[in-house]
Ligand binder design. Structure first.
Ligand SMILES: Nc1ncnc2c1ncn2[C@@H]1O[C@H](COP(=O)(O)OP(=O)(O)OP(=O)(O)O)[C@@H](O)[C@H]1O
Length: 288
């Protein structure tokens, strides 16, 4: 395990600081709840070890200013900035291991840290403490994935494929499949600014899932699709899992999670409250 940990690429926080020593400690992270029996137990693809993510917000209101409109107005009129810096501790000591073939749903109330955790696994947020190790390149597919609204769907498909590292011949091979999967039809020739949010989401999912990902992180990207598209997406996620990838899925629609995932992590106020079988975790989440 120590050897494998060395091979995994690492996003690491301030502490712990000694790689060799830590690898041993990291090899047996304590599960915070019982793992279901059908979870794949092959090669780990993502190891999250006591991860803490802290946002720093500059210019935040002080406690005494909260909700005080007179103070706010005075500050605007006097053009005074706010010197205060506020820290938001969004992820507080999260630890788990994901394996090849896992599709892990992440549930939790608004602000519980779901998107922050995905962004940290994708390497977009530096850990304040703890570490994330990933085997291969994680790809984050979110509602705000970087497609360009002023460009046509066609151009976005081509650029998106190149951005994922495809060769020109791979782009040519995949192009029609992406258009068909997205179901946007002739809209592909129009700028994305003319698309409904559902059409945009479908195109983003079609582009991102055209490539085989080692670790695919999906943040609410299926939320705006219709039922038929969700079915197709669930099938695509299954294919990714079968090709030995790992999928993380954040969705407020718990049915999507239950139908797609073999494991669910429940985040509550930045901590894992439960990690295990989708039915059990979702039932507990609905109660509590
Ligand atoms: N860029 C940011 N700067 C400061 N604080 C942030 C930032 N992004 C998120 N937060 C805070 O971090 C905490 C976790 O937010 P996050 O978006 O990860 O939660 P979430 O579970 O994905 O929420 P939702 O279900 O509403 O999408 C919240 O308190 C939020 O206010």
């Amino acid at each position: 395990m120590a050897e494998l940990t060395k091979e995994l690429s690492q996003v690491k926080g301030d502490t712990p600081a000694v790689p060799g020593k830590d690898a041993k400690a990291r090899s047996t992270p304590e599960p915070q709840d019982k793992r279901p029996l059908d979870v794949p137990t092959g090669t780990p693809t993502v190891i999250v070890d006591d991860l803490h993510i802290v946002y720093r917000v500059y210019g935040a209101a002080s406690e005494s200013e909260k909700g005080n409109a007179v103070n706010a107005l005075t500050r605007i009129l006097k053009r005074q900035g706010r010197p205060q810096m506020k820290e938001v501790h969004a992820v507080k000591g999260v630890t788990f291991v994901a394996y090849h073939g896992d599709a892990i749903g992440i549930v939790g109330r608004n602000g519980s840290g779901k998107s922050t955790l995905l962004r940290a696994i994708a390497g977009l947020l530096p850990p304040h403490a703890g570490a994330v190790y990933t085997d291969g390149q994680p790809s984050l597919l979110g509602v705000n994935a970087a497609l360009m609204r002023e460009l046509t769907g066609e151009r976005n498909i081509v650029l998106g494929c190149y951005a994922m590292g495809m060769t020109p011949s791979e782009v040519r091979d995949k192009y029609q499949e992406i258009v068909d999967f997205s179901g946007i039809g002739e809209f592909v020739q129009l700028p994305m600014s003319t698309y409904s949010s559902g059409m945009g989401a479908r195109l983003r999912f079609a582009i991102s899932s055209a490539k085989t990902h080692d670790v695919l992180l999906i943040d609410e990207a299926l939320a705006t699709g219709d039922r038929e598209f969700r079915k197709k997406s669930e099938e695509r996620i299954r294919q990714i899992r079968e090709s030995a990838g790992t999928v993380f899925l954040v969705a407020h629609d718990l049915r999507v999670i239950e139908q797609t995932c073999n494991r669910v992590i429940w985040l509550h106020k930045g901590k894992i409250k439960m990690d295990g079988d989708p039915k059990e975790v979702i039932a507990a989440y609905n109660k509590g």
